[in-house]
Design a protein around this ligand. Structure first.
Ligand SMILES: [Zn+2]
Length: 399
């Protein structure tokens, strides 16, 4: 049953005043929003003035790495990039990673929190091969009608400095993986031109999206943003290229931040920020003012990189808002916008939002305003995916 009439909720559209409206869903699509709708054949749910938000988009996580729902594993990764990569590769076999079971556990938690779309990076290297792709696909299949999962073929262990990885990334794209990843083309791989040649070349060949992890700080990071922006202009891949983490963006001088944000917007390159540890957050006000696309994600969750995380995107939106010192309601709504519409833009979703004609992906909370929902992280009383009730009161609905 995915014909629903949601009566008397307050749907949120960024920049528009909240008002009470009914939402008519037929065949998994929102067909009408307005007052006084009737549909005798539909299942009616009375929302009693609750806030209705579009399905959350976790635009950056690592489902293949998670141990969610498994035994507690004390973290041995330390705090350096190299140390975490070595620890992750060194211990994954012993811990049964990548695991379809753990990935499914995490997807279940994400769904119950109102997440409708997920982009997951998947480690690919000559030792693990494509096993991560297989495991996460199996997990996504289990929840195929409750969440959509987009994969990124990700060279976590390096690309130019890890022979054999490029061919495996290509095999993943040939097998239908939607996006190709990268990792600090300069700071980790030591060959920015070579890495970007390879990534952009494969993206063009397979029609794939691009999402590059960029932890490099300061001027080295900013220089690589310019390289990626230039490549995007040269290849006509506008709207399909993302820089994840982009730590340098949060620590540059305001003039330089504005200059880069304007270039990102013009070239159609987006960023994803996750508020990881004490790393700088991409400045939300600056990105919005420039019209540059920005999405949010949970990054690692209960894995060999971090013991933290629960998959709740609303909590992550709150964390990003807190870290970026968003305090006025319209500023806090920028974080919510990034965790919803921004994510949809990065993933390339064309039927997203609380409007007639959009896929009926939404969730309901008891909160006075969108900003109050971000700050208080209330229980998701109802989660709907493609017109189907998939969770109630924070718990998955059995099917
Ligand atoms: Zn990541």
């Amino acid at each position: 049953m995915n014909d629903l009439l949601l009566r008397g909720g307050r749907p949120w559209t960024p920049g528009s005043p909240l008002g009470t409206a009914d939402i008519l869903i037929t065949g998994g699509t929102i067909t009408e929003i307005g007052p006084g709708l009737t549909a005798p054949a539909h299942t009616t749910i009375d929302l009693a003035g609750a806030l209705v938000l579009p399905g959350l988009v976790d635009a950056h996580c690592h489902l293949d790495k998670t141990m969610y729902g498994g035994p507690w594993v004390p973290n041995t990764g330390g705090l350096t990039l190299r140390g975490r990569i070595d620890n992750g590769e060194g211990r994954r076999d012993e811990l049964g990673l990548p695991s379809a079971e753990y990935a499914a556990n995490l997807l279940g938690a994400m769904i119950s929190g109102g997440t409708a779309h997920v982009r997951s990076h998947i480690d690919i290297d000559p030792e693990v091969g494509l096993r991560g792709v297989e495991a996460v696909r199996a997990a996504a299949e289990r929840y195929a009608d409750r969440v959509d999962v987009q994969l990124v073929a990700f060279p976590q262990g390096g690309l130019m400095n890890r022979p054999g990885t490029g061919a495996l990334l290509e095999a993943a794209l040939a097998d239908g993986v939607a996006a190709i990843g990268g990792l600090d083309p300069a700071g980790f791989d030591g060959d920015p031109t070579g890495q970007l040649d390879l990534i952009f070349g494969l993206a063009e060949k397979y029609g794939a999206r691009i999402d590059i992890h960029l932890h490099d700080r300061g001027a080295l990071g900013a220089w690589q943003y310019d390289l990626i922006i230039e490549r995007t202009r040269a290849t006509g891949l506008a709207g399909r290229v993302t820089i994840s983490h982009a730590y340098a963006m949060g620590e540059l001088a305001p003039d330089e931040q504005r200059r880069i944000a304007a270039d990102l917007a013009e070239a159609g390159v987006s960023m994803v920020t996750c508020a990881v540890g004490d790393a700088p957050v991409v400045p939300l006000r600056t990105m919005r003012a420039a019209g540059a696309a920005l999405a949010l994600g949970n990054d690692g969750i209960r894995d060999l990189w971090t013991p933290y995380g629960d998959g709740d995107m609303l909590r992550r939106i709150m964390t990003v808002a807190f870290r970026d010192r968003l305090v006025a309601d319209p500023e806090i709504e920028l974080a919510l916008r990034a965790g919803t519409y921004g994510g949809a833009e990065v993933l390339g979703l064309t039927d997203y939002g609380l409007t007639a004609g959009s896929a009926a992906d939404l969730f309901v909370v008891d909160a006075e305003t969108p900003a109050a929902a971000v700050v208080s992280v209330p229980v998701r009383t109802l989660v709907v995916k493609r017109g189907r009730v998939v969770a109630r009161d924070g718990q998955l609905v059995a099917h």
